[in-house]
Design a protein around this ligand. Structure first.
Ligand SMILES: Nc1ncnc2c1ncn2[C@@H]1O[C@H](COP(=O)(O)OP(=O)(O)OP(=O)(O)O)[C@@H](O)[C@H]1O
Length: 505
C-alpha cells in the first residue's frame, strides 16, 4: 500500500525554455488536506511549475520532496506512482471511447492497478458514491458536456489513487452551477485527506475554497501565505504588481444601423438534434450584445452558423444588408466578420505555426501582407512585433510556435488578430477565458473602444459580471431560443439567473 502524501515540498525550482526563464528559484509547500491556490498573470510560470511536479518537464535546478524524502519525477507515470494526479486545462480524453474505456486507458498507461474492465467499473462506482458524483461509465465522451468531462478526468485520477491533485484552471470552461458543484467536491476531497493545488484566475473561487496562496510573477514567487490574510483586490495587485480597477461601461442609448440580423434561424447540433430553434436577434453598429446562458443551450452553434462553420437548416442571416446564410467560412471572413472561437487551440490557431503566421492567418492574401502572390516578410514581421507589444503577448520571439505559449497568451494572439482586422462585426465567445485579471481588463477596454469605433459585437459568456459590465444589451439563450433581451438599465443578476434556468415571465 502506497504511503499517502503528508507533505509536499518543491524547493528552489528553476526551469528555462529557450529565451524564457519560466520558473525562477520557486519554493512552495503543501500539507495533507490543504488546498493551495497558485496565482499569477498569464505566462507567470504556474503551468510549468505544475508540469514539473507531474513529471512532464524536468527542472533545471531544485528538488521535490515528499514526506521529507527527495523524489525524482520523470514522467506522469512516476507521478501517479507517488500519488500525484493532474487535470489539465484541456482534457486528455478520447471522444469516441466511453467513460469506462477512457479510465481504463489511463490505468493501462500507468499500471497502478490491474486492467480489468469490471474491476474498474466497480472502482468508478465506489468513487462516485463516495463523492456523490453522477458519472455514467457507458456514456461516450463526445456526448458529455465540458463539466461532465471534467468529472470524468477527476474520477480517473481518483481511480488511480491520486491523493495530491493538480487542477489547472478547472472552472475556466464550467457553467456557474458546475463550478459550485466542483468547489463543493474539492472541499469534500480535502476533508477526506486529499491535497489540492488549484490554478485559477478567478479570485472569488480562490477565496472561497483555498487555504493558502502562492503568487508567481515573471517566474518568481512574490507571495506565499494564508488566503484569508488578503482581499481579492490585494491578491490581484500582488499578481499584477500594481492596483487593478474594474471598468464598467456607460449606458448608451443610440446605436447605428443593423449589422447582423438573425431571422428565425434553425440549426442542428453535433448530436443531430436541433440546437437552434428559431433564433431571431439584431446587433447594430456601436452595440455590444451579450449572449447569456448555461453552456450547451445553443451558444456554440449560434457562433458557428454566423461564421459559416455550421449549416443553417431554416431561416436567414443578414450581414450588412446581404444574405450570408450558408456562405462558406472563407467568404464570410472576407466580408469582415471577426470570430474568437470557444475552442482556441483547435479553431483559433494552428499550434505548430509561429506567432507571426497565426497573426496573419485571415489576411495573408491581402495587399498588406503579400505582393504578386508572395508573402511580404517585412510587413508580417512588423505586424507581429507591433501586436506582441501592444497586447503584451509573453513569448521568447515572434517565431515561437503558438502552441507552446501559455493558455492566456494564446488567447491574446487570437484576440489581437481578430480585433485589429477591424471587422464590421465581431463574435467573441468567452473572450476572457483563461486571461488574468489585468489582461481581461485590457480586453474589455479594447472591446469598448471597438464599440465606440462603431463595431457591432456579440459577446458569448457565462460570466454574468462580465456581461453586465460591458454589454449594452443581454440576450438570454435557453434550449436554442432567445428567451428575452434585456437592456443595460433593466438587467440584474437575478433576472438573468431566472431566464438562464428557462423561467420567463
Ligand atoms: N514547452 C514550452 N516551450 C517553450 N516555452 C514554454 C513551454 N512551456 C511554457 N513555456 C513558456 O514559459 C512561460 C510560462 O508559461 P506557463 O504556461 O507556465 O504560464 P502560466 O502561468 O501557466 O500562464 P497562463 O495563465 O496563461 O496559463 C511562458 O512564457 C511560456 O511561453
Amino acid at each position: 500500500m502506497r504511503e499517502s502524501i503528508k507533505q509536499l515540498e518543491m524547493k528552489n525550482i528553476t526551469k528555462r525554455f529557450p529565451g524564457v526563464l519560466a520558473c525562477d528559484n520557486v519554493s512552495i509547500e503543501l500539507k495533507q488536506g490543504e488546498i493551495l491556490a497558485l496565482l499569477g498573470e498569464n505566462g507567470a510560470g504556474k503551468t510549468t511549475l505544475m508540469n514539473i511536479l507531474y513529471g512532464l518537464y524536468h527542472q533545471d535546478e531544485g528538488v521535490v520532496r515528499i514526506n521529507d524524502k527527495e523524489v525524482k519525477i520523470n514522467s506522469p507515470k512516476a507521478a501517479f506512482k507517488l500519488g500525484i494526479g493532474m487535470v489539465h486545462q484541456h482534457f486528455m480524453l478520447v471522444p469516441n471511447l466511453t467513460v469506462l474505456e477512457n479510465i481504463a486507458l489511463g490505468i493501462r498507461n500507468t499500471n497502478t492497478i490491474k486492467l480489468d474492465l469490471e474491476e474498474i467499473r466497480e472502482k468508478i462506482k465506489e468513487i462516485t458514491n463516495k463523492y456523490d458524483l453522477s458519472v455514467n461509465p457507458d456514456a461516450f465522451i463526445w456526448q458529455l458536456s465540458v463539466g461532465e468531462q471534467q468529472r470524468v478526468e477527476l474520477v480517473k485520477t481518483l481511480c488511480l489513487g491520486a491523493n495530491l491533485l493538480i487542477l489547472d484552471e478547472p472552472t475556466a470552461a464550467l457553467t456557474p452551477q458546475e463550478t459550485d458543484e466542483l468547489l463543493i467536491l474539492l472541499r469534500k476531497m480535502a476533508e477526506e485527506g486529499c491535497s489540492i493545488i488549484f490554478i485559477s484566475h478567478k479570485l472569488n473561487e480562490v477565496k472561497s475554497v483555498t487555504h493558502k496562496v502562492a503568487v508567481l510573477r515573471n517566474g518568481k514567487l512574490v507571495y506565499n501565505g494564508a488566503t484569508d490574510d488578503h482581499s481579492q483586490e490585494e491578491l490581484a495587485a500582488k499578481m499584477a504588481g500594481h492596483d487593478i480597477h474594474i471598468h464598467v461601461s456607460e449606458e448608451k442609448e443610440n446605436f447605428g444601423k443593423a449589422v447582423l440580423e438573425l431571422k428565425d434561424v434553425w440549426a442542428k447540433g453535433d448530436r443531430g438534434t436541433f440546437a437552434l430553434n428559431g433564433v431571431s436577434l439584431t446587433i447594430r453598429e456601436g452595440e455590444i450584445v451579450g449572449i447569456a446562458g448555461v453552456s450547451g443551450n445553443g451558444q456554440k452553434e449560434l457562433a458557428e452558423v454566423i461564421n459559416g462553420i455550421r449549416k443553417v437548416k431554416n431561416g436567414n442571416i443578414i450581414f450588412k444588408d446581404e444574405d450570408i446564410t450558408n456562405l462558406s467560412a472563407k467568404k464570410i471572413i472576407k466580408k469582415h466578420m471577426g470570430y474568437i472561437p470557444e475552442d482556441r487551440n483547435h479553431e483559433g490557431i494552428i499550434p505548430s505555426f509561429s506567432i507571426k503566421e497565426n497573426l496573419i492567418m485571415k489576411d495573408y492574401f491581402k495587399d498588406s501582407f503579400s505582393k504578386f502572390s508572395f508573402l511580404n516578410r517585412k510587413r508580417i514581421i512588423g505586424n507581429a512585433k507591433r501586436l506582441v507589444e501592444k497586447f503584451n503577448i509573453k513569448c521568447p520571439d515572434i517565431d515561437t510556435a503558438c502552441g507552446t505559449l501559455s493558455g492566456g497568451n494564446i488567447q491574446k494572439v487570437i484576440f489581437a488578430r481578430e480585433i485589429t482586422r477591424d471587422p464590421k462585426m465581431l463574435v467573441a465567445a468567452y473572450p476572457i477565458r483563461g486571461l488574468d485579471i489585468g489582461a481581461a481588463e485590457y480586453v474589455h477596454n479594447q472591446l469598448l473602444e471597438a464599440r465606440d469605433r462603431n463595431m457591432a459585437i456579440m459577446v458569448i459568456s457565462e460570466e454574468l459580471d462580465e456581461l453586465i459590465n460591458i454589454c449594452d444589451k443581454i440576450a438570454v439563450i435557453y434550449e436554442g431560443k432567445i428567451l428575452d433581451v434585456l437592456s443595460k438599465k433593466d438587467v440584474t443578476k437575478s433576472k438573468l439567473g431566472l431566464l438562464m434556468a428557462g423561467v420567463s415571465s
